[in-house]
Every structure is written in C-alpha cells, then in structure tokens.
Design a protein around this ligand. Structure first.
Ligand code: NDP
Length: 283
C-alpha cells in the first residue's frame, strides 16, 4: 500500500492523493478493471453518471469489499451530476439515482460534471448538492471544470464552497492560475487526464531525464509532479501492471529544477480546445 498520506477537504473529510479514473470502463471488462484496481491498492474511484458505469463500479466495489474484508469507509467513491439534471428537483433525484446505481448507502463525493454556462443552471444544481449533503446522502460535494467565475457565483449564491474542483491538468496544462485560486478558496484540485491521455508528454526531455535520474517510468514522474504541485491525479489504466506502476510514486522526490522543467512544458493552449468550460455543453 503506497497511500502514505491523505488530503483533508474543507469539510473535514479526507481523500487519498491518487484516484482511479474509470472512464471509459464499462461492462464485464470494466468491472474486472475496477476490481483489479482495488486489489492493486486504489482507494478512490472516480465515476460519473455520463460514464454509464456507476453500476459496474459499485459491483466491483461490493465484490472487492466482501472478498478482502476492507471496510467500506476506506474507499472513496466519486460520481458526477450530468448536465441534463441541473434543475433543482432533477438534481436531487439524480443524486438518489447515482447512489442507488452504485449500490451504496452514501456516496463519498458528488460533483457537478460541467458548469454548462449556456444552459446556466449550475447555481441551482449546486444548491441541490448542498441539500443532498445536508440529508446525508453524500458526504462531500464538489464541482468539475469550473472556472474562477463559476466558483465565485456558486459560493456567493449558496454560501458553500466546493470541497474539490476536478479540472484538466497535466504537464502541457499546469493550470497555475486555477490552482492558486483553489488554494485561496480552500478547494482541493483534482486532475483529469493527468497523464495527458491523447498526447502523453513521456518523451519530453524534462520528463524522460527525470525518469532516468530516478530509475522510474515517465508516467511515474508525471504523477509525482502532480503530487508535489498539490494536484490529486486520477490516472485511468485498464492494464493491471500500469495500475500498479501509477500508484508506486511515493519512493522518490523530484528536485525543484525537475519540477520547474516539467512545468515549463505548459503553454496557454495546452488544454483541450474542445473542452473550454465557458463553451462546452455536456448534457
Ligand atoms: P489519463 O491521462 O489517465 O490517460 C489514460 C491513458 O493513459 C490510457 O490510454 C492508459 O492506457 C494510459 N496509461 C495509463 N497509465 C499508463 C502508464 N503508466 N504508462 C503508459 N500509459 C499509461 O487520461 P483520462 O482522460 O483517461 O483521464 C483519467 C480520468 O479522469 C478518467 O478516467 C475520468 O475518471 C476522469 N476524467 C474526468 C473528466 C471531467 O470532465 N471531469 C474528463 C476526462 C476524464 P490503458 O488504459 O490502456 O492501460
């Protein structure tokens, strides 16, 4: 087990520093991959209604807990509210549906998946998540793909600051300004596509050189870079050996020069241009 520390959220709950990304794992193969990830030591699962896999994530978790004797409260399960459910009543019902599909009594983290600012109902959706937390259906509440402006709007509207904002973050998009805003507000940064997914930075000199210097893989360097930045990565790997590799990043430390070398790969247009939160509408 390599989880040597947890991050405490602004609501007092703690989550592991590395999570398992579950998109696009589905069906029997998906269940097996999530089950393998739990067996390989992951204690945070990141799902979403729109991944259409809450059922198999919950199934893999229940099977794993029954076989291993690991207590339920040692695993953090996250899901995300879809854009078509931003109306207040619809969001409340969708929260119950997610928890039911996952087969849980309580969901650990529920997030708004995208702000969908053109639809412009994310404040309503956030008020529903606040209510679901009050009711005890979800333990912690957060958002995903929110800009500083979206964050300010929901905080002003509800008086409640999200515990987490899950954003695209990797060496080509280090998101300095968003991370600084999260720090100022007391919000934990989670990283989606932490390895860059479509465009891995593994062959870039700062990554490859650090990997050679520490005797680790480029993916391990990138994940370690996240942790030292204070970003909690959610790598997805269907390959079990990669699942193990991606958790095994506590045994070395990047130097300041290695950290800044990797961060220097970041450019203003390094994030996916088709996923601008001010324009992307995902229902
Ligand atoms: P990742 O950066 O995690 O990349 C995943 C890809 O990298 C897969 O093809 C995987 O291969 C490969 N990979 C994993 N580990 C290694 C390794 N050690 N060496 C080489 N290749 C490796 O990107 P994702 O886009 O999948 O993001 C991760 C998670 O973030 C998603 O699963 C989801 O939970 C979340 N997400 C959230 C979004 C949001 O809007 N909130 C948007 C997008 C993602 P293989 O699987 O074949 O082993």
């Amino acid at each position: 087990m390599t989880h040597i520390f947890h991050h405490t959220l602004n609501d007092g709950h703690a989550i592991p520093p590395i999570g398992f990304g579950t998109f696009p794992l589905k069906g029997e193969e998906g269940r097996d991959a999530v089950h393998a990830a739990l067996g390989n030591g992951y204690r945070l699962l990141d799902s979403a209604t729109n991944y259409e896999n809450e059922g198999i994530v919950g199934r893999a978790l229940r099977d794993f807990l029954a076989e291993s004797g690991v207590p339920r409260d040692e695993v953090t399960v996250q899901s995300k509210l879809a854009g078509r459910h931003h109306d207040y009543e619809s969001a409340l019902a969708a929260g119950y549906e997610s928890v039911t599909r996952l087969g849980l009594d309580q969901l650990d983290v529920l997030m708004i998946h995208w702000p969908n600012p053109i639809t412009n109902k994310y404040r309503e959706a956030w008020r529903a998540l606040v209510e679901l937390q009050k009711r005890g259906l979800v333990r912690s509440i957060g958002v995903s793909n929110f800009t500083a402006e979206h964050l300010a709007n929901i905080i002003e509207d509800s008086g409640v600051t999200p515990a987490i904002n899950q954003i695209e973050l990797h060496p080509y998009a280090a998101r300095d300004e968003m991370r600084a805003e999260h720090t100022r507000l007391g919000i934990v940064t989670q990283a989606w596509s932490p390895l860059g997914k479509r465009n891995h930075p593994f062959a870039e000199a700062p990554v490859a050189d650090a990997a050679a210097a520490h005797g680790v893989t480029p993916a391990q360097v990138v994940l370690r870079w996240h942790l030292q930045l204070g970003s909690l990565p959610l790598p997805k790997a269907s390959t079990p050996s990669r699942q193990v590799e991606n958790l095994d990043v506590m045994g070395f430390e990047l130097t300041d020069a290695q950290m800044s070398g990797i961060s220097s790969l970041s450019t203003p247009d390094g994030a996916r241009s088709d996923r601008d939160p001010n324009e992307h509408e995902e229902m």
